[in-house]
Ligand binder design. Structure first.
Ligand SMILES: Cc1ncc(COP(=O)(O)O)c(C=O)c1O
Length: 369
């Protein structure tokens, strides 16, 4: 048993070792990047393991999938983006006429995929506040095949009780987008969820240099179905991207602690700053949101926080979801207020991040004069 697989090891030990098996040819401690599209067959139809073509399987991708499976406690399938991973879960669990329950606050791209793309193929959906158990129970119908959970939600950072959703699911399956929390803070499969989904672009990769996604499940049949979609649709990550995400995983526990320390310092400032309201932080990770009447001016005035979409990298980012990441929910029940600011607090020195926000808020307030 490799160190990363040992269930009694702490999360940090598992993060460092997950998916790493010394290379059988040269003993390299870090797996080689198998930048190949195809594999030589000793005889027709005879493969080394199951490697015949890299859309179907690739050793660098397999190492990442092993690692993700070890950290989330299931069987992982890697994709070329978080949205490709979401598409695989939905198409593996739902057919035409199926119904999906969505959170009333969610990543705009998830809503766009279900409403604008899969809706054309007969998928229906209901947006509901999943922190309200009665509203959730009322939203689940006989046709519901999937309950999509985000916790914390993007961008308002509502925390949903996964076990409560699982208890209410009836015949539906539960998929949890664990992108904001990461397995360092939350294990949805242990709470009874059927699927965990990640945009590995974010905290798992951790350095804003790769786009990727993953799904993890404990059900071997569902894992097979996901692999079938992965191979049939072909939204697979390249070997170098898999290598980068895998490298990111090895420091996940340290980074998540540092992200949380930055967020705590920033929250302390925001809670005592005039003009700032509705400060939200789930108490872990680096994601913080707040409201400010001069949101658009404020985000253009930070010097350390970069004005950009995405999150979860070592550097701090700032954005206005309504104008940037959440335009596709505009006009729906999941619409985001225009004065909401979302921060992804990085791992810089917290005092520098606090100073930067303080000066940006002051400058934005002055710009009203
Ligand atoms: C919570 C969440 N899930 C999924 C996605 C989609 O991931 P990707 O951009 O890797 O396709 C995002 C992207 O921002 C996200 O924030």
């Amino acid at each position: 048993m490799a160190a990363g697989e040992h269930p009694s090891h702490g999360f940090g030990t598992r993060a460092v070792h997950a998916g790493l098996r010394p290379d059988p040819s040269y003993g390299s401690v870090i797996p080689a990047i198998h930048q190949t599209s195809t594999f030589r067959q000793p005889r027709p139809g005879e493969f080394v393991e199951d490697y015949d073509y890299s859309r179907s399987a690739n050793p660098t991708r397999r190492a990442l999938e092993d690692a993700l499976g070890e950290l989330e406690g299931g069987l992982a399938v890697a994709f070329s983006s978080g949205l490709a991973a979401e598409h695989a879960v939905i198409t593996a669990t739902c057919g035409a006429g199926a119904h999906v329950v969505l959170p009333a606050d969610l990543y705009g791209g998830t809503y766009r995929l279900i409403d604008k793309v899969l809706g054309r193929w007969g998928l229906t959906h209901t947006l509901v506040d999943q922190t309200d158990p009665e509203a959730l129970a009322a939203a689940i119908t006989d046709a519901t095949r999937l309950i999509w959970v985000e916790t914390p939600t993007n961008p308002r950072l509502d925390v949903v009780d996964i076990a409560q959703v699982v208890a209410a699911k009836r015949h539906a399956r539960v998929a949890v987008d664990n992108t904001f929390a990461t397995p360092a803070n939350q294990n949805p499969l242990a709470d009874g969820a059927d699927f965990v989904v990640h945009s590995t672009t974010k905290y798992l990769g951790g350095h804003s240099d790769v786009v990727g996604g993953a799904v993890i499940t404990r059900d071997p049949g569902a894992h097979e179905q996901l692999r079938f979609v992965q191979n049939s649709v072909g939204a697979v990550p390249g070997p170098v991207d898999c290598f980068l995400v895998h490298r990111g995983l090895r420091t996940l526990h340290l980074r998540m602690r540092a992200h949380a320390a930055s967020a705590a310092a920033v929250v302390e400032l925001l809670q005592h700053t005039a003009g700032v309201t509705d400060v939200r932080w789930p108490g872990f990770s680096g994601m913080v949101s707040f409201r400010h009447p001069r949101a658009l001016e404020l985000v253009a005035r930070t010097r350390l926080f970069t004005l950009a979409e995405s999150l979860g990298g070592v550097e701090s980012l700032i954005e206005v979801p309504q104008a940037m990441t959440h335009q596709s929910v505009e006009g729906s029940a999941a619409a985001v207020p225009a004065d909401l600011v979302r921060l992804s607090c990085g791992i810089e020195d917290p005092a520098d991040l606090v100073d930067d926000l303080r000066q940006a808020i002051a400058a934005a307030a002055e710009s009203t004069a």
